[in-house]
Design a protein around this ligand. Structure first.
Ligand code: MN
Length: 428
């Protein structure tokens, strides 16, 4: 930890002091467009956004920090992510100093835009998207629905299971969720029909951004894996369960998941999350020891994150009656059976190259008593979820809005948040 994590730092952007998401200790990166302006790199600070490219144009930076800011000034963060940790940390230190300075020059104050007047854009041009399945309580709960006697398949505790997803349909928070059509075959009908899904679901996931890439044919040693992670966002892997049930065998999800994936707009850096690193929870007695290429003592000691993850639901009726969204799930990223370093190492271990701007989904993160999907909350659609206003849900109805949130806290440190990942279902 360094001075950028100091709880006593005060920021001259007044809304940042005590801000529950974006205090000066967070400094996440994103792409924003001020009213009437072109998209550009920014850093969230309180209720505002700092124009990163403006720091270069106004000669407020030098050295690695200047190079990093220049790379983050364009319409995507890819060139910045590709630079890796040394440059990212230099820019974080410099921006922390600039935003906490006792006297900020006018040319610096002019680079701060009110977030409410800005549009948040896709932060990254995503090359490839891979969705893991590392949430152990999700894998157990879903497995039990289909295989009560053996919920986990034999590979689960030996390798981080994943499938290659679709990058083209990933969108930033706020994109409406158009109910997809697909082939649906109920058990009692002889043939499928093509119609809108009746079992539309969300999945609460952590998104992981690749920074430094790797070369084709060259594995990444697990001790170096963390150097390839550029940051984290929230990710909602919208899923059509009835389409999925018919199409997924033997090759995995296809149209059931490629109609839309939503991400939160801010990339929260590994540096901001340093105070919230925790040991990977020990494996249960009897679980296999991971193979050596997936095992690193330092990763086991620091490779998990303590992030509270929440899902809120706002129905059309709730909105009409002026009710706040209702929290339907509380989970934590510590419920990932594999560390991010293990996922990344396994991904590259066969020779697959990674590129700056690739995105991983962690897999749905459920707690033992906090489920990250309606499939689990409604026990496969058999027990409707009861909402406080009397409404019930097995799966999502048109007009339902899902809001994902994440927050990290630890005594002696400033709490930080991820912002929000929102999506409202519209008729297909
Ligand atoms: Mn998923």
């Amino acid at each position: 930890m360094d001075t950028t994590h100091d709880l006593r730092l005060q920021c001259w952007v007044a809304s940042a002091n005590g801000h529950d998401q974006f205090p000066i200790q967070n400094l996440p990166f994103g792409i924003f467009a001020p009213e009437g302006g072109r998209p550009r790199g920014g850093i969230a600070i309180g209720d505002s956004i700092l124009d990163v490219g403006g720091l270069v144009a106004n000669e407020l930076l030098d050295g690695d920090a200047k190079a990093a800011a220049a790379a983050a000034a364009g319409e995507t963060l890819n060139p910045f992510l590709a630079l890796g940790g040394r440059y990212r940390r230099a820019l974080r230190r410099a921006v922390s100093e600039l935003l906490s300075a006792a006297a900020a020059p006018a040319r610096l104050r002019e680079l701060v835009h009110g977030a409410k007047d800005c549009t948040l854009c896709m932060p990254v041009e995503i090359g490839d998207y891979t969705d893991f399945y590392a949430g152990i309580h999700h894998a157990l709960a879903v497995g039990k629905l289909f295989r009560p006697d053996a919920p986990l398949l034999p590979n689960y505790k030996y390798l981080p299971v994943a499938y290659h997803g679709r990058a083209s349909s990933i969108r930033v928070s706020g994109m409406p969720v158009r109910r997809p059509h697909g082939q649906i075959k109920t058990p009692d009908s002889p043939a499928p029909v093509h119609e809108p899904t009746k079992r539309l679901d969300f999945e609460l996931e952590l998104g992981i951004w690749v920074g430094l890439g790797s070369d084709l044919g060259v594995p990444i040693a697990i001790a170096q894996a963390h150097e390839h992670v550029a940051g984290y966002s929230l990710l909602n892997d919208w899923s059509a369960r009835d389409i999925q049930a018919w199409e997924y065998q033997p090759l995995g999800p296809f149209l059931a998941k490629n109609f839309l994936t939503s991400i939160s707009p801010w990339v929260v850096t590994p540096e901001a999350l340093e105070p919230f690193q925790i040991p990977q929870p020990p494996r249960q007695a009897g679980d296999p020891q991971p193979l050596p290429y997936l095992w690193d003592e330092s990763d086991q000691a620091h490779g998990s994150l303590d992030l509270d993850l929440e899902v809120y639901l706002a129905t059309e009726t709730m909105r009409r009656n002026g009710m706040d969204p209702e929290r339907i799930s509380l989970s934590n990223s510590r419920h990932l059976y594999w560390t991010v370093a293990q996922m990344l190492t396994h991904h590259a271990s066969g020779g697959c190259n990674l590129r700056a701007g690739d995105l991983f989904g962690s897999g749905t993160i459920s707690a033992e008593d906090g489920y990250g999907s309606l499939l689990e909350l409604s026990k496969g659609g058999t027990e409707p979820l009861q909402l406080a206003n009397g409404e019930r849900r097995t799966f999502l109805l048109d007009g339902d809005e899902i809001i994902l949130k994440a927050r990290a806290h630890r005594a002696g440190f400033a709490s930080i948040g991820f912002g929000e990942c929102r999506g409202t279902v519209v008729a297909g």
